[in-house]
Every structure is written in structure tokens, then in C-alpha cells.
Design a protein around this ligand. Structure first.
Ligand SMILES: Nc1nc2c(c(=O)[nH]1)N[C@H]1C(S)=C(S)[C@@H](COP(=O)(O)O)O[C@H]1N2
Ligand SMILES: [Mo]
Length: 424
């Protein structure tokens, strides 16, 4: 195994398939051969590094696609900071807006968002007016619902995310509630969903998404203008993006130009069949187990969109393949859920799941953020496999085998993570 391969192993979980390891080793090698890539230009999508695809990104991010832009972070990068910086945050574009592949702000004076549908007095608001209304900050986990897809077996088609399609950022903007109050625009009783549209400037294809008005989603939903104390980076949706803390990435529409209160959800392609999981009719939370490898005919009635984030936890230290000094070893990581109730515990096993011990939860960045946990262990020299499992006060927890939730499109993976490392 050469140097680059080792680096790949140390930052990724060992359940990555051999094909994926080969692909990643190839990507890393291409990244090392930066000069060569530069000379070839961006013609070959898979060979461009993250900073070449989007100005300001950390070259350690892994490019899954350069058109549309899709890149993931790594556990090593995510573990290096408390709030994910704009350089280190993953990107998932279904549709690129031309000219916005940068972490710099998207300065577009007079940008308008139209607010309408089932409210009294629909209105239009500019980004300048929005910035003069009372601003709220919320720290939340942003995660693509496809994160972890590579671990489903058989692997569903779609971007082969490992663990890096996630980050924790602090948003700043105007709560939808605040905006409607300021405009005296009352919601009608039959308003059940928010249906949003992204800009099509520069000839971009339309992007339309709906999510339900519920306590979980609506009370914290905001039109965000800022991220981590700066104007919203262009590639992350500036100048205006919807942020619904506690939801998966998909309803967090970037480059927002239109928001309607509607009785039903959008019937556009981004809403159905994409970004959905099978459910029993009228049963709105858990995924309906389907036979791995089987097909499913997604309709609005037999499936639900990815919205409330699944409970999950990651081990950020040690990383897979690491060698650490014994006997005192601190296992560290993060856990999160949809923010509906607190994450109550994180249990850690160092013996393949035979026994579990509660980790210490050190703190969290509000109910939508990461709970940082640590599990001090006394470990003799040897080989270990550590596992971590989060549970919240509703009893929602992670499956030991994430494949129990196998679904055709590979969404909402939250299987217990396993990390092999060595104590010397
Ligand atoms: N306009 C627009 N908004 C979008 C998307 C998109 O393709 N276009 N992708 C969605 C998906 S699937 C995800 S996971 C998040 C990713 O946000 P990020 O690129 O800022 O990390 O944006 C969501 N909002
Ligand atoms: Mo996503």
C-alpha cells in the first residue's frame, strides 16, 4: 500500500467497498498530481480538486462531481473544527447557477424574493429590506440525505457519499414568522406546505421543493443571509437561502426567489420520485423496510420526502486505521437528531458490540447542532473496533446494521459507525 492509499484509509470508514477505495485512491493521486491536472484544465471532471472546482474550498474535500458541483468533506476535516468553516462544508448542487462556484458572497443588489400562496397580502421583498428586519442566529447540522449511501448493500445509484456530506454551521437571517408578522401577512388555515423555487438566472434549470409547516420545520425556518458570521457564500445559496434547522439538506433551497404557502406538496421531479423514502400510507416517520435491491414505484402517497434529520452519531477520533498510544484512550465524536427532543445518550462499544458504555456528552451548539461526546477508555495494546450509537429522549436510535433501512435511492443512512484502530 502506498502513501496515498494509507491516507485514504485513515480518513474513511473501513466499510467502503474495494471499488470505492480504488476510486478514492485514484482521486487522491490525481489531487497530488495538481500540476498535471492544471495543465489538462477541468476537462476531466473527476480529476479536478475541490479548490479548482469551487474557489475557496479546502483541496482535501473530495469531488464527487464537478458539474453539477458535488463534493464531500472527510471525518478528519470535520473533526478539526467546532463549526464547519465555509472552506470545509460539503456542496450538493442538483442544478448549478452559472458563475457562483466560489465561497465569496453573491453580491446582487435588488435580489427579490416573492412570498405568496395561501396568505393574506402576498408581497415581494428585496435582500436589502430583509437585512433591515430583526435577525436570528441558529446553529444547525446541514446534511445531504444521501450521506452514507455507499454503505448500503447493494449500493443504490447516485453520488457515492461516504460520511462527508455533512457539516455544522451558524446561519443568520430572518425567521419566516418574523417576516410574515412584519408584513401583516396571515397564513390561511389550509396552508400545509411551503413550496419554494430557486433562481433560474444564467439559464439554470428550475429547482422546486416543498416541506410541511409543522413545529419541527416551520418555527425555526428562516430566510438566511449569513453563515458563520459572514454573508452567505455564493455556492451555499447567497444572497438568500431557506434554512429549516433540523431538516436534511434538500428543502434548504439555495438562491431563493419564490416561496408559496400551499395546500399540497410540489409534484416536481425534485419532490417525487427524488428525495423520498418508502412509508406506509399515513405513517409519517420510519422508513418502510424494502427488500435490498428491489425497486419501488414512488408516489406522493406511498413515500415521504427527506425532511426531519435521522438520529446519527459519528466517531471523529481515532480515525480508521490510526495507531494510538495506550492505555488511556479518548474516543470522541458528535451526535445529532432533528432537534425535536434532546439526544439523551451516546453508547460506545470497543468490543464489537458485546458491551456498551455511556459516553460523556460534553455540550452541544443548541438543539439543532452537534452534541460533542467523549468516551474515556483504558485499552491494552491490540486491535480494536469501536462503535457508537446515539439515542434521543423519544427512544429513537441508530440500527446496528444500517442496511435494515435499505431503500432504492439510498437515503437517510444512520447505521452505527464502526472504526478499526490500533493501540500501541
Ligand atoms: N437551489 C438549490 N438548492 C439546493 C440544492 C440545489 O441543487 N439547488 N440542493 C439541495 C441539497 S440536495 C442539499 S444536500 C443542500 C446542500 O447544501 P450546500 O450545497 O450548501 O452544502 O442544498 C439543497 N438546496
Ligand atoms: Mo442532498
Amino acid at each position: 500500500m502506498n502513501e496515498q492509499d494509507k491516507e485514504v484509509v485513515s480518513t474513511e470508514d473501513n466499510t467502503v467497498s474495494p471499488e470505492e477505495m480504488t476510486r478514492r485512491a485514484f482521486l487522491k493521486k490525481s489531487a497530488v498530481a495538481g500540476a498535471a491536472v492544471g495543465m489538462m484544465g477541468l476537462a476531466s471532471a473527476q480529476q479536478a480538486t475541490a479548490d479548482q472546482v469551487v474557489r475557496g474550498k479546502n483541496p482535501k474535500l473530495v469531488v464527487l462531481s464537478s458539474r453539477p458541483v458535488v463534493m464531500e468533506s472527510t471525518l478528519e476535516v470535520l473533526g478539526s473544527e467546532r463549526i464547519t468553516s465555509k472552506a470545509n462544508l460539503f456542496i450538493r448542487n442538483n442544478i448549478d447557477l452559472p458563475g457562483l462556484n466560489t465561497t465569496e458572497p453573491n453580491v446582487q443588489p435588488g435580489w427579490v424574493v416573492e412570498i405568496g400562496g395561501l396568505i393574506d397580502a402576498p408581497f415581494r421583498i428585496t435582500v436589502e429590506e430583509l437585512s433591515r428586519l430583526p435577525q436570528t442566529e441558529v446553529t444547525s447540522v446541514l446534511q445531504c440525505s444521501g450521506n452514507g449511501r455507499s454503505f448500503f448493500n447493494p449500493r443504490p445509484s447516485g453520488n457515492p457519499w461516504t460520511y462527508g456530506g455533512v457539516g455544522q454551521v451558524t446561519w443568520r437571517g430572518v425567521l419566516l414568522k418574523t417576516l410574515l408578522e412584519a408584513k401583516g401577512a396571515k397564513l390561511r388555515d389550509n396552508a400545509r406546505f411551503i413550496t419554494m423555487n430557486a433562481s433560474t438566472q444564467g439559464g439554470a434549470q428550475p429547482y422546486e421543493k416543498s416541506f410541511p409547516i409543522s413545529v419541527l420545520d416551520y418555527n425555526s425556518a428562516m430566510l438566511a443571509l449569513g453563515m458563520n458570521g459572514e454573508p452567505l457564500p455564493a455556492v451555499h445559496g447567497g444572497p438568500v437561502r431557506l434554512v429549516a434547522a433540523g431538516t436534511f439538506g434538500t428543502p434548504n433551497v439555495k438562491w431563493l426567489v419564490k416561496l408559496d404557502f400551499t395546500a399540497g406538496e410540489s409534484t416536481g421531479n425534485e419532490q417525487v420520485p427524488r428525495y423520498r423514502v418508502p412509508v406506509l400510507p399515513g405513517w409519517n416517520t420510519p422508513i418502510l423496510p424494502t427488500q435490498p435491491g428491489s425497486r419501488y414505484n414512488y408516489t406522493l402517497d406511498n413515500s415521504r420526502p427527506n425532511w426531519g434529520a435521522n438520529i446519527n452519531s459519528f466517531i471523529l477520533s481515532p480515525l480508521a486505521g490510526a495507531s494510538v498510544r495506550g492505555r488511556r484512550v479518548e474516543i470522541r465524536g458528535v451526535a445529532w437528531n432533528d432537534g425535536l427532543v434532546p439526544v439523551e445518550s451516546v453508547e460506545v462499544s470497543v468490543n464489537g458490540g458485546t458491551t456498551w458504555r455511556k459516553a460523556i456528552i460534553e455540550g452541544n451548539e443548541g438543539k439543532f447542532g452537534w452534541y460533542r461526546w467523549v468516551s474515556p477508555q483504558l485499552l491494552a495494546p491490540g486491535d480494536y473496533e469501536v462503535m457508537a450509537r446515539a439515542t434521543d429522549t423519544l427512544g429513537r436510535t441508530q440500527p446496528l446494521d444500517g442496511n435494515v433501512w435499505w431503500n432504492e435511492r439510498g437515503y437517510e443512512w444512520n447505521g452505527v459507525m464502526r472504526v478499526k484502530f490500533k493501540v500501541t
